[in-house]
Design a protein around this ligand. Structure first.
Ligand code: PHB
Length: 397
């Protein structure tokens, strides 16, 4: 069959194969597409809903034009399954000719799309996932969410300053949980503290009870927790049932656990809980007050959480890059334009570190309080302009 093709047909076939992954959106067209892949169903569906709402709000507020082009958003549901993320990324690039792919609700999903971004030279804007190494998986990845080391180190430092000497950690057993554990453990040990045990619960269908009982039996000064967005309420229900407070064990966490999306339903037993994180719906700034009001008006039964802000800022990043390139959708030019971009987000001042393509941002220490009848993470301390600490150490900064 193959030897019956003419030389011309053969060359044409090879050229077609070689260009199959080239973003055709680079051609002068008036519409620029961005393909957003999110878990809209499954256990991380709240991440999809929050980011979708934020993207719609962004376009309603800022319009659909950037760099002289019309920006069209295509949202796809990967149900939280990495093989589906990869297939959708491929289809968006090859069939829809998107200028960028974005979203990625969990670390394995962001990593699954990385080879597509690299081959097609299409920017991958990570709006949600938080494992530190993600941006190293492709030079086309730029992140507007956070990294777990970035969000974890401040709560470990807070613990050391507040008399915590002996700790137990309990995290979800995958990338971001292991990053959180490593950061917390290393920071506590470097500060002269002691780590009694590091426990890891499976991500899927976790049964926290045996881990929590073990943690309690070890009688630490503090129990540190990480689970991803959407899993905090189930964990906190079991934490409250075990009664750590009665044993004088502080329960501390990253803000993923006291997620704004679920916090209000956790009940008064979480009052006083201390966490560190990059965003609270209660953040006191004019930009955030406007953001929360507009978000809640457009979505009456929702409160914006940190995932929504990652999505909103991901759109700001894409629009900003298109403005800089004057609508040129060449992927390398777009990523170059994103490096070093800085703006005021609802979460506070942020920028894209040109060396790592990760977001640099304030991390806040917060306490759960009741305000106007609702539970909020109320910020009381700010660690300014935090970079991913391990990457910064590696780069000698
Ligand atoms: C992740 O999978 O990288 C992830 C997801 C949700 C979070 C944090 C990290 O809240």
């Amino acid at each position: 069959m193959f030897d019956r093709l003419t030389r011309r047909q053969t060359i044409a076939a090879f050229t077609l194969a070689a260009t199959a992954l080239t973003p055709l959106a680079a051609r002068a067209e008036d519409t620029v597409k961005i393909g957003v892949i999110l878990p809209m169903t499954g256990p991380s569906a709240s991440t999809g809903r929050e980011i979708e709402a934020a993207i719609k709000l962004f376009q309603a507020q800022k319009g659909d034009k950037a760099g002289g082009k019309k920006v069209e958003v295509i949202i796809k549901d990967d149900t939280g399954v990495a093989d589906i993320t990869k297939r959708l990324a491929q289809e968006l690039v090859v069939n829809d000719h998107v200028a960028a792919i974005a979203g990625f609700g969990l670390t394995p999903l962001a990593l699954a799309a990385a080879p597509i971004a690299t081959q097609a030279k299409v920017p991958e804007i990570v709006m949600a996932a938080g494992t530190a190494i993600i941006t190293e998986a492709s030079p086309y990845i730029v992140r507007t969410s956070f990294t777990l080391p970035q969000n974890t180190m401040p709560i470990a430092q807070w613990a050391l300053k507040n008399g915590v000497k002996k700790v137990v950690t309990l995290v979800s057993d995958y990338g971001p949980g292991i990053d959180a554990e490593k950061t917390f453990v290393e920071t506590i040990k470097a500060g002269g503290g002691q780590v009694l045990d590091s426990l890891r619960a499976p991500l899927k269908n976790p049964e926290f009870a045996p881990f929590l009982q073990k943690a309690k039996d070890l009688k630490p000064d503090a129990l540190f927790l990480f689970v991803p967005s959407g899993f905090g309420a189930a964990l906190m229900k079991q934490v409250v049932e075990r009664g750590f407070a009665a044993d004088n064990i502080k329960v501390i966490a990253t803000g993923d656990v006291t997620d704004d999306e679920q916090l209000n339903n956790m009940g008064d037993s979480v009052l006083g809980m201390i966490t560190s994180h990059n965003y609270s719906a209660d953040h006191d700034s004019p930009e955030n007050k406007a953001y929360v009001a507009a978000f809640e008006k457009a979505n009456p039964n929702m409160r914006p959480n940190f995932m929504s802000v990652g999505g909103y800022d991901g759109m700001a990043l894409f629009y900003g890059a298109l403005d800089k390139t004057k609508g040129d959708t060449d992927g390398t030019k777009l990523v170059d334009a994103m490096k070093g971009m800085a703006w005021t987000s609802p979460r506070g001042p942020i920028s894209i570190d040109p060396a790592t393509r990760d977001v640099v941002q304030n991390v806040y220490i917060r306490k759960v309080e009741r305000k106007n009848g609702q539970l909020y993470n109320v910020e009381f301390e700010t660690v300014p302009n935090v970079k991913d600490p391990f990457k910064a150490a590696k780069a000698g900064k």
